[in-house]
Write a protein that binds this ligand. Structure first.
Ligand code: HEC
Ligand code: HEC
Ligand code: HEC
Ligand code: HEC
Length: 208
């Protein structure tokens, strides 16, 4: 996905739209209830109150990707080993290998639209997971994380790093949900966690 070429568009959108009124999932691209395959529900493609996938948090209901990716730095890595759990959840629709309607134990046939398909080559995407361990020791380049390592706060915005199990050692990394809110909280374009006006979200971490 060409993340880089699109920031300017995102900034422009924010200026026009600001924080919109439908700052919840119902008003977002993640409200699938109008698609036939969703059964008319909003949460169910992703969560279930019963019979969730064992071993996953958040009562997860969507079939998980097992893909091997070309990671940002060019090496290969699997969703199982190299991602935080939430990024793996996202990529279970957004890498194009698992159907949108593969949830609740059924195998679906509808795949994500090309414009939202990041694919399995992540070399052109912002690093996540094993490629994005948050550096606590580069104070001229990165704002310091909180004492417990879990959040970064700057300019009144706090972003959550995700825990990632590096073969038994817990590290805090940038994941999809560090920058995006799956439920459209805030109502920012592209479901970002905070405004992209003046690239504010990027500046929470990067000292530039
Ligand atoms: C497109 C997938 C998707 C849909 C649809 C979705 N969620 Fe989520 N939800 C997630 C993901 C991914 C997480 C985990 C986020 C994390 O831990 O970083 C999550 C986490 C949660 C959590 C726990 C943490 C939190 O963020 O509050 C709750 C509660 C939740 N979802 C409720 C709901 C409800 C209720 C609905 C329907 C109205 C819903 N979700 C729809 C993807 C989705
Ligand atoms: C059940 C499948 C599914 C899961 C799981 C899922 N998405 Fe999506 N997502 C979609 C679909 C479908 C769209 C709309 C695609 C389109 O219309 O191009 C979408 C759209 C988006 C968009 C574009 C929104 C916009 O307005 O431009 C973002 C950003 C996004 N998803 C991020 C995430 C993140 C981050 C996660 C994990 C927290 C996630 N998604 C999990 C299916 C999913
Ligand atoms: C460092 C922050 C950051 C991370 C990490 C991140 N994104 Fe994004 N993403 C953005 C921003 C900002 C935009 C909006 C700018 C744009 O259009 O490219 C965006 C746009 C998107 C879009 C909309 C595509 C489009 O061009 O309309 C999707 C889908 C998406 N992200 C999914 C993901 C998924 C899945 C992950 C995890 C693998 C992820 N993002 C990780 C910041 C991030
Ligand atoms: C939550 C913290 C965080 C946020 C927010 C964030 N980044 Fe990053 N960014 C990182 C980390 C961590 C790395 C990996 C650093 C490393 O390993 O050297 C990184 C790497 C990068 C790189 C270097 C890639 C390379 O060639 O090595 C660029 C460029 C970048 N980010 C741009 C952005 C932009 C643009 C945004 C806003 C859309 C953004 N970042 C938001 C934490 C963040």
């Amino acid at each position: 996905m060409k993340l880089w070429t699109r920031w300017m568009g995102a900034v422009a959108l924010v200026c026009i739209a600001g924080t919109n009124a439908s700052a919840q999932i119902a008003g977002s691209a993640h409200n699938f209830s109008s698609y036939g395959w969703s059964g008319g529900e909003i949460c169910k493609p992703c969560h279930t109150p019963h019979f969730a996938i064992e071993g996953m948090p958040r009562l997860w209901n969507h079939e998980l990707t097992t893909a091997t990716y070309t990671m940002f730095e060019g090496e290969t890595g699997t969703a199982v080993d190299n991602f935080d759990y939430a990024s793996r959840m996202c990529m279970s629709c957004h890498d194009g290998t698992v159907a949108l309607d593969s949830f609740g134990g059924q195998t679906g046939t509808t795949f994500i639209q090309p414009r939202s398909n990041l694919g399995i080559d992540l070399t052109d995407d912002h690093p996540v997971g094993s490629d994005a361990v948050y550096p606590a020791d580069r104070p001229t380049s990165f704002n310091p994380p909180s004492a417990d390592g879990r959040t970064v706060t700057f300019g009144g915005v706090s972003l959550r790093l995700k825990s990632w199990d590096d073969a038994g050692t817990i590290k805090y990394v940038v994941g999809c949900t560090t920058c995006h809110n799956a439920h459209n909280r805030g109502g920012y374009p592209h479901m970002t966690q905070s405004t992209m006006a003046s690239s504010q979200m990027c500046l929470v971490c990067h000292i530039k």
